[in-house]
Ligand binder design. Structure first.
Ligand SMILES: C[S@@+](CC[C@H](N)C(=O)[O-])C[C@H]1O[C@@H](n2cnc3c(N)ncnc32)[C@H](O)[C@@H]1O
Length: 229
């Protein structure tokens, strides 16, 4: 299966792609927060959380290059702007990832931070292989990933890929970080085109995707057992 990893700015990379050249875009952008004065407040996860591109241009490029479905994980502050931009032309849904094992707060009297937001949009002829499923996705956080501060659940990525593509289709993640979407593509026989501006994360993603070939990798064994792969 064809997997291509780019070390580049996401918008520059997408500008090299033809219209509708990927089946699905599944991405997880830096969760920087826009403050009341309109400035950007980056969160506390280091470089991975710094919004280094114009979000409007980024979403425009995703709409142009994607022929089927679009999933953009983002902060709650980013949801309405992204959804409004997509809503003008596509059918959209606000989806939630409910983490079934959220981080504990050491007894504090407060609700746990146990959800993440995702804006979904689809073009008219997009594949959709699930029927009447909730837009709240329940899946655990994989805490064993040490090479990125904000990795997404491979099992959740796998579910979304299987819902919105077929084998051999191309899935793009222009902000791939440690490559969770790429691993899910490899497990499901989809082609993966991934990009990250950080050379360290591109290396980390390559190592994680390549290590799937190592049959005695304990994490992969656990995943395969649970998923009956
Ligand atoms: C929230 S993280 C993605 C984490 C990923 N889903 C995973 O499972 O590891 C966002 C990523 O966007 C990358 N990024 C930030 N600015 C970028 C840009 N201009 N072009 C491409 N990637 C960028 C960061 O380096 C970071 O790895």
């Amino acid at each position: 299966m064809n997997h291509v990893l780019f070390n580049s700015d996401a918008i520059d990379m997408m500008r090299q792609l033809q219209d509708n050249s990927v089946t699905m875009t599944l991405t997880d952008i830096p969760y920087a927060v826009i403050n009341r004065e309109g400035g950007i407040r980056n969160m506390d996860k280091g470089d991975a959380d710094v919004l280094t591109f114009d979000l409007h241009d980024f979403v425009e490029e995703i709409i142009r290059v994607t022929s089927g479905s679009i999933y953009i994980f983002c902060s709650s502050e980013q949801v309405s702007g992204i959804r409004k931009q997509l809503d003008d032309r596509l059918t959209t849904r606000h989806c939630i990832w409910e983490k079934t094992n959220p981080s504990p707060m050491h007894g504090q009297r407060f609700w746990l931070s146990s959800i993440e937001n995702c804006v979904f949009a689809r073009k008219a002829k997009a594949t959709f292989n699930e029927h009447c499923q909730s837009a709240v996705w329940r899946e655990s956080v994989e805490r064993s990933i040490k090479n990125h501060p904000t990795p997404k659940s491979v099992l959740l990525m796998k579910r979304l890929i299987e819902a919105s593509t077929n084998p051999n289709d191309i899935v793009l993640d222009p902000c791939m970080g440690s490559g969770s979407v790429g691993i899910a593509c490899k497990l499901t026989d989809r082609q993966f085109w991934g990009c990250d501006i950080s050379p360290e994360y591109v290396t980390a993603a390559k190592e994680r995707i390549d290590c799937l070939d190592i049959e005695d990798n304990p994490w992969i064994k656990k995943l395969r057992k649970r998923e009956k792969l």
